[in-house]
Design a protein. Structure first.
Length: 348
């Protein structure tokens, strides 16, 4: 029997006909349009025995989604086995994935070792940072996915394996394959279906709910009374770009909970990079990606003559997210001036 990863894409049912149990996605917090859209697709994928490539920035929650997909599927009772392909040297990764037999190499255990692929039998194998897998190991993984058989290091006897493959990547894996840094045939095999996890900056509406959940979790873990965050703090958290995404937010919230003695967490508890005021006007244009984002919003506002509904549609974001970005980049005055000019033109 071939592994789950070999199932054809045509087996994907419509979301209305087959949905994963709601509780399997209960740990994923938020109600923003981007997240709701992602969750709808994830629920449809949960019970389909096909490979899934989870794409998204570092810290966006790819492994959390992988767990939810596993827990919502028909083999939830089976193991969920995770391997970080970027955290191990080549030889160690080969042994971890495929296992080995007695005498396979110097220093090997006399009893051999069962690899993570075989340990995922009847469940899910989650390969994090799949783009970091050495090119020389990729053909062996492809063979497992194609044939449903695994050869431990040092053995010429195949062992049958049956599992569902999920892989995660924080880079554009299609580009990596086109440029020769990842095998194209393996890319097609592991990306039968794809799920893109939105970065936190594209769902800033979810930050208050996330902060509340992380604060409760930190208070419970450290035996501290429940603490609340002032509006000024929540506003600063919403303005920040969160390069580390949800993981970074969780760490910041935990730090503030631990180091604040009062029940109300105010601006003085903010880390330096979040407490720094946002400069207004042209002198305040952020560098790098933030500068590009501000310019894109500015051009759309000019093009639509300040119609924020059209701006949100033009940029593919919700109006609430657009409002937060307008405040962050100090574009309110510009919008007022554009609307005033438009009114004057109409009146004249």
């Amino acid at each position: 029997m071939a592994p789950f990863a070999t199932a054809p894409q045509s087996s994907l049912p419509t979301p209305s006909l087959l949905e994963a149990p709601e509780e399997s996605f209960g740990r994923i917090t938020g109600r923003s349009p981007r997240l709701r859209e992602t969750l709808a697709r994830a629920r449809a994928l949960a019970r389909v025995n096909t490979a899934v490539l989870l794409q998204g920035e570092t810290g966006a929650g790819k492994e959390l989604f992988a767990h939810a997909l596993h827990d919502g599927g028909p083999d939830a009772a089976g193991p969920f086995v995770a391997v970080n392909c970027g955290g191990l040297p080549r030889d160690v990764l080969a042994s971890e994935l495929f296992g080995y037999v007695d005498g396979a190499f110097t220093g090997a255990r006399r009893s051999g070792m069962v690899g993570r692929i075989e340990a995922a039998e009847g469940g899910t194998l989650f390969l994090d940072e799949i783009a970091e897998m050495p090119l020389e190991l990729q053909p062996f993984l492809l063979r497992v996915l194609e044939d449903g058989e695994i050869y431990p290091v040092g053995s010429n006897r195949a062992r049958r394996v049956r599992f569902r493959l999920m892989a995660a990547c924080n880079r554009d894996l299609a580009t990596e394959a086109r440029e020769g840094r990842f095998r194209m045939d393996l890319y097609y095999r592991i990306s039968v279906t794809r799920l893109t996890i939105p970065p936190l900056r594209e769902r800033a509406e979810d930050i208050p709910r996330l902060v509340d959940g992380f604060a409760r979790e930190a208070s419970r873990r450290h035996g501290l009374p429940l603490k609340h965050f002032s509006d000024e703090v929540l506003d600063a958290l919403a303005r920040y770009s969160w390069p580390g995404n949800v993981r970074e937010l969780r760490n910041v919230v935990e730090s503030m909970v631990v180091f604040t003695e009062s029940d109300l967490i105010g601006p003085s508890a903010l880390p330096r990079e979040l407490a720094a005021p946002v400069e207004a006007g042209e002198q305040g244009v952020a560098s790098g990606l933030e500068g590009l984002e501000r310019e894109a919003i500015r051009e759309s506002i000019l093009r639509t003559r300040g119609n924020l509904t059209h701006v949100a549609g033009d940029l593919g974001i919700s109006r609430s997210t657009l409002y937060l970005k307008i405040r962050r980049y100090a574009l309110e005055t510009m919008i007022s001036e554009i609307r005033s000019r438009s009114d004057s033109t109409v009146l004249s």
